[in-house]
Design a protein around this ligand. Sequence first.
Ligand SMILES: C[S@@+](CC[C@H](N)C(=O)[O-])C[C@H]1O[C@@H](n2cnc3c(N)ncnc32)[C@H](O)[C@@H]1O
Length: 183
Amino acid sequence: MCEVFDEKSDFFASATATPPAVVPRLQRIAKSCSLESKTTLLDVGTGTGALLPFFKESGGDLAQITGVDLSAGMLGFARERFPQARFVQDDVLHFEGGPYDRVVFNACFGNLYDPVAVLKHVAQKLLSDGGLVVISHPLGRAWLTTLKEKDPRMARALSIITSIQHSTESEKRKLMYISNHIM
Ligand SMILES: C[S@@+](CC[C@H](N)C(=O)[O-])C[C@H]1O[C@@H](n2cnc3c(N)ncnc32)[C@H](O)[C@@H]1O
């Protein structure tokens, strides 16, 4: 996964990766995060930081944003473009920090090897009480459906996360919240 994105980082940093038609969608995604200047946000699979200008435009402060990504190539572009933000090269599954008021997965949830384990980690370690998880893709539902048909692993229902054992009541509440609001 990491090598794939290292190789593609030039493309993701280019204007071609964010065509004008996609801009209103990125604006909607950022707006759905309901950001204020003090809101802390973890951008999972931040890549080249494509969403950061939209977080800022919708009221967020780049200094409150942490981007985590596996790919050093992608992060190289993100660090150069947004020196005010913090970037960490890590697998989100092992990432420790926060807790954050918002945890955002844009165009990366389908890339996760074990999305259920990641959501559990988010609920246990990364999300603050009353926090919000946003899972989105700017290319829209139809495109994602095509992707799911090509790779059935991406069609796994998030509702299975509610059956995860050994969670505390607070974690269970967060996981229920995530599954009810996302799928
Ligand atoms: C298609 S890019 C999306 C980048 C960015 N979120 C955007 O909106 O343009 C997906 C990113 O997810 C990262 N990624 C995939 N699995 C990951 C994981 N387990 N932990 C951290 N980053 C991951 C990849 O390295 C890649 O940079």
